[in-house]
Design a protein around this ligand. Structure first.
Ligand SMILES: [Zn+2]
Length: 262
């Protein structure tokens, strides 16, 4: 996900193994995730915040396991680090071929989509309505024949579901859909260092071994600018700043890369 290098070890690191894969959780992971989950100053609901942190932890772990299982499939011995802005599945002995790297990069978002798919299937199996629409107004409540639905905004579309009795369950479902679908889609944008940027680099390099990296960096700058402007027009200042910074980062990498080959 959104992480360039591994952070140094700290006293507060949490270590464990899952499916034989070592996992390290840096303390900043908990702090930054909590800050992201708080809906602004004065809006601190402890249960909602706890649900958010648990959902992000599980979802990012599943995402990184998608990468790590694929790395292991290609003969590597991966390890996972969770840090402030997500996670990293590292591997010192991994297959560096474009085909392997493409599949490894794609497997992270795919793992999240599978988790969301299992959740959606479980809700549908329980008899509750769940679906997607282009906007909250486009949900045909008469056709659904339920008293109410909860809507989770997904930047361009919405997911909706018939609420359960428990507020915590509803809150968990909303967070799981947001993190695993929306973040998964955002992560597939062809922007460095997102998984989509990695996929784009491998695809361009396969087609054009000499100029592929330059082309993928140009696409990264262009896409980041478009997303930043889109976010600004939709009032999401946080997303605007984040993609603005990613665009600047890609631009600087492009400059360095072109200087080196001039
Ligand atoms: Zn990833």
């Amino acid at each position: 996900m959104l992480l360039l290098g591994e952070p140094p070890a700290t006293q507060a690191d949490l270590h464990f193994r899952i499916f034989g894969i070592p996992v390290r959780v840096h303390p900043f992971f908990w702090i930054v995730t909590l800050l992201l989950g708080l809906g602004g100053p004065g809006n601190v609901e402890p249960v909602r915040a706890l649900v958010w942190v648990i959902v992000v932890f599980v979802s990012i772990l599943v995402h990184e396991l998608g990468h790590a299982f694929t790395q292991r499939y290609f003969g590597g011995n991966p390890w996972i680090t969770l840090y402030s802005f997500g996670g990293l599945a590292s591997c010192s002995d991994c297959d560096r071929s474009p085909r392997a790297q493409l599949l490894i990069a794609f497997a992270g978002p795919l793992a999240g989509f599978i988790l969301a798919g299992i959740l959606i299937a479980a809700i549908a199996a329980s008899g509750n309505v769940i679906g997607f629409a282009t906007s909250g107004e486009q949900i045909d409540m008469d056709a659904l024949n339920v008293p109410s639905v909860l809507v989770q905004s997904m930047a361009g579309f919405v997911a909706y579901f018939q609420p359960f009795q428990s507020e915590v369950v509803n809150n968990t479902i909303g967070c799981l859909l947001q993190v695993n679908i929306l973040w998964g889609l955002i992560n597939l944008l062809p922007i460095y260092p997102l998984d989509g940027g990695q996929i784009s680099r491998e695809l361009f390099t396969l087609r054009n071994p000499r100029g592929g990296i330059t082309q993928s960096l140009q696409l990264s700058v262009g896409t980041a600018v478009i997303v930043a402007v889109y976010a600004l027009l939709n009032g999401s200042l946080y997303m605007c700043i984040m993609f603005g910074l990613l665009g600047v980062g890609s631009y600087q990498t492009l400059q360095r890369y072109q200087d080196r080959w001039r």
